[in-house]
Write a protein that binds this ligand. Sequence first.
Ligand SMILES: [Fe+2]
Length: 222
Amino acid sequence: MNIQSYPFGPLQANLYILFLKKHAFIIDPCVSLDSLDLKNRKVAGIFMTHAHYDHILEADLLAATTSAPLIALDQEKDAFIDPVKNGSLSFCNSEISIQTQLLLLKDGDVLSTADFGIDDELFVLRVMHTPGHSSGSMCLLFEFPDQEGPKKHMFTGDTLFSGTIGRTDIGGNMGEMRRSIAKIAALPDHVIVYPGHGESTTIGRERQWNPYFTPTFYNDII
Ligand SMILES: [Fe+2]
C-alpha cells in the first residue's frame, strides 16, 4: 500500500491516490486524469469526502473514464448536484452539478477490499460521518491489518487539517464540528491523517499541537 497526494488549484485541494498491488482508489477527484500517474492500477473506487467544488472538479470525468463508482456519504448527496450548496456558483467559473449516479455510504459502514472485488490486498474501511465543515462530510479510516509499518490511515477532507480544523462558516456548523473532532480524538495516536488541504499528520501530533484538538474545545459535549 502506498499513498500519493496531488495538491491542485489555488486552494491546493489534495487528491489522493491509494495504491494497492493491482488496484487504486482516488480520494477527492479534483485533478484531471492526464495529470495523474495511476501506475497501471485499475481504479476501483472514487471517494468524495464532501461536496465542496474544489474537491469534486473532475468527479464526473474521472468516474466516466475509469468506470469506477463515485462514492459519498448519504447526508451530502444533495450538494453534489446543487451549485449553490457545493459553492461552485459563488467561487468557481463554472456551475458544478454531478451527473454520475453516486454510491452512497452511511455513518458506521464497514467495507473491505472484497466489497470492491479485490483479492490482492486486504483493508477494512470504516466510514465516519463528521459534519461541521459541511453537513455530510465524512472521514475514511482505512486499516491494513497485513501491512508492515503503519496500519491505520485516515482521510479527513476539510474536517481536520494539520494544526487546525475546517471552516464552519460556509454552510457548516460549529457545534457539529466540535462533536466530530471529539469523535476523531477518540482514535489512537498512531493513525496517519491525510487532510483535504496541506500536509499529512497523525492523531498524536494533532493531540499535541492542534489548538482545536483538545478537551477545552469539545469537553462540554462529550
Ligand atoms: Fe471544503
